[in-house]
Design a binder for this molecule. Sequence first.
Ligand SMILES: [Zn+2]
Length: 253
Amino acid sequence: MGVGPTMGAVAAKASRWLSRRLLPRELRITPGRAPVLSMTYDDVIGSACDTGAALLQTYGGRGTFYVAGSLTGGQEDGKAAHTAGQLHDLCRAGHEIASHGWAHQDYTHLRAEAIRADLDRNSRFLATFTGRTAANFAYPFGRYNLTSQLQCVLRFRSCRVVGGGVYRHHVDLNCLGSLRLYGDELASSAWRRALQQIADGGWLVVNTHAVEEDCGPYGCRPDDLDALLRYARELGCELLPVEDAINAWQRER
Ligand SMILES: [Zn+2]
């Protein structure tokens, strides 16, 4: 009959809708300021630390790396995840280490206590590298509902999801979108149109995973990232971590 899954899907959609309406945290994107591209890496595959970070640095930029501590020194979808040494290297190079929860679980399936414990554990772990509490967060799998938002929005300056990511006037930091640099959005070069949209002042947030030739369905090849970054610089974009971008827009207010 299919009533169960349908009702579940409706309830999940209603929960997301409610959380966006109840918990907005608006930040104004000021016209006239240089446009900003924030490159973000979820899960932090080893090649994102090496090639992803190096390419950003080549173009004078830095990025945000959303780390799930349970993956440190391990594997993700058959690829080597980041090592502790790579996290130290990212910190030294001035990249942002942000939280992706500890165990990379879908928070829409967890109760509030379990979400709090998962966030606490990851924050303690990340602080051993950064010496501070992570300021920004990305939902594992980009999934959220009212319960998880209530747990996350009070801890973090921003909570990133998947999809969207083009901001010209204002942004809800509690539901910060991101354009996918993988899959169909990569194949259709959606990033090129998105950069053109923000060229006269705006913020584009992009996310990907692996940065290597055999990048899998959720990553990009080095040439793809290079093309994005080169075009962003041609359009005058600053390449800032999420934390620095928020600070920049808040200074402009
Ligand atoms: Zn993830």
